[in-house]
Design a protein around this ligand. Structure first.
Ligand SMILES: Nc1nc2c(ncn2[C@@H]2O[C@H](COP(=O)(O)OP(=O)(O)OP(=O)(O)O)[C@@H](O)[C@H]2O)c(=O)[nH]1
Ligand SMILES: [Mg+2]
Length: 346
């Protein structure tokens, strides 16, 4: 049977509760895509239910295709640390660092690109299949021009897009093919299977997001995902630290810090409310304010870091925090959400 134009699922008319359902034969989009595209309504959560067999077969069959690994600027550290890049090392591949538009306007682009290139080089020593990295975002026409210039020069005409959940694989293919055909949404798992798109003399393959266990999008109830969405570019928020302080983000995570003359800079969605209290008051404060929060944190899962001169901490999928001159930092996160320490990237 045919495949859904939006998500690549095989269409079926038997079971409305299963992926690929259409009410009559001949419909081009499955019901799930129809609801997502028109109403931003998620009818079926496929996290942990995806299979990657077709992607493996495709990689096996299309040895000459260029693999385009899409990294989300908000989860790239965890994705790289999960050793995903090496899965594709037998193909020629490029890296697309997406959602660059979310970074604060004041950033130094060149510095970030150099920093990311350094990380990539370290991860892929001697890998001559790694060709280059681009920064991009889903509306970036400049990137589109550079992409085609590059692939024409190297004579690639087939592209396999892979990457983290929500990294923007489908959005980027839509940009590159002047189309809106692929379903993209804020819900992880929009794309369900390999999905082939032809454009001029090029062939693009979209694929489902790879499970990145630390990514917050793997763990938040789908009814609350919209609360994590960025409406604007990140506006960093800075606090000076002179005593033991705790910062509570909507019950989603808590950071407690100690230090004299240090600072904390948050790079997080504007939609999250920050509450600040003395660390000694934390429990009391939480018990009073818990009902104001959108999320309910389990206080048992903490990660401690000590003697921090200058580092960044990625909360995979959500954003990151920079700590400068901090004696001790303690992150409390939703169970299974990963926190990844890195050198200053931004
Ligand atoms: N700000 C910003 N948002 C983006 C960008 N690219 C994608 N998004 C948003 O990120 C979310 C996920 O985009 P998709 O294109 O569905 O990502 P995907 O990698 O195909 O996701 P899955 O198919 O679920 O694995 C959507 O809400 C997009 O609008 C970008 O460059 N900038
Ligand atoms: Mg997709």
């Amino acid at each position: 049977m045919a495949k859904c134009l939006g998500c690549g699922a095989t269409l079926q008319i038997e079971d409305p509760q299963k992926i690929g359902y259409v009410s009559k034969k001949g419909q081009e989009y499955c019901r799930r895509c129809f609801r997502l595209r028109n109403y931003n309504d998620l009818t079926l959560d496929v996290r942990n239910k995806l299979d990657y067999d077709d992607l493996s077969v495709l990689l096996e069959e299309e040895k000459e295709a260029l693999v385009c690994i899409v990294l989300d600027i908000l989860s790239l550290t965890s994705f790289i640390k999960a050793n995903y890049l090496n899965r594709f090392k037998d193909h020629k591949f490029i890296i697309l660092i997406n959602k660059f538009d979310l970074l604060p306007y004041s950033i130094n682009e060149e510095k970030i690109i150099n920093n990311i290139q350094e990380i990539l080089k370290k991860e892929m020593v001697n890998n001559t299949n790694f060709l280059t990295a681009f920064i991009c975002s889903k509306n970036d026409k400049n990137f589109k021009e550079m992409f085609y210039e590059f692939v024409d020069e190297y004579q690639f005409n087939k592209f396999i897009f892979v990457g983290d959940f929500n990294a923007g694989k489908s959005s980027l293919i839509n940009l590159l093919t002047d189309s809106k055909e692929l379903t993209s949404s804020m819900y992880p798992g929009s794309s369900i299977n390999v999905n082939k798109k032809e454009y001029l003399n090029y062939i693009f393959y979209d694929s489902p997001g790879l499970e990145n266990k630390g990514n917050i999008y793997m763990h938040i109830p789908s009814s609350k995902i919209s609360l994590l969405k960025y409406n604007y570019a990140i506006k960093p928020i800075t606090y000076q630290i002179n005593s033991k302080q705790s910062f509570i983000f909507d019950g989603l995570f808590i950071l407690s810090v100690e230090g004299k003359g240090g600072s904390v800079i948050f790079y997080l969605p504007d939609t999250l409310n920050i509450l600040r209290t003395k660390k000694d008051n934390l429990e009391n404060y939480l018990s009073k304010h818990q009902k104001e929060f959108n999320f309910n944190l389990n206080l048992d899962t903490g990660y401690e870091f000590a003697k921090i001169d200058k580092k960044e901490y990625e909360i995979s999928g959500l954003g990151f925090v920079r700590l400068v001159n901090i004696e001790k930092a303690d992150f409390i996160l939703e169970k299974n959400v990963g926190i990844y320490e890195r050198e200053i990237l931004i």
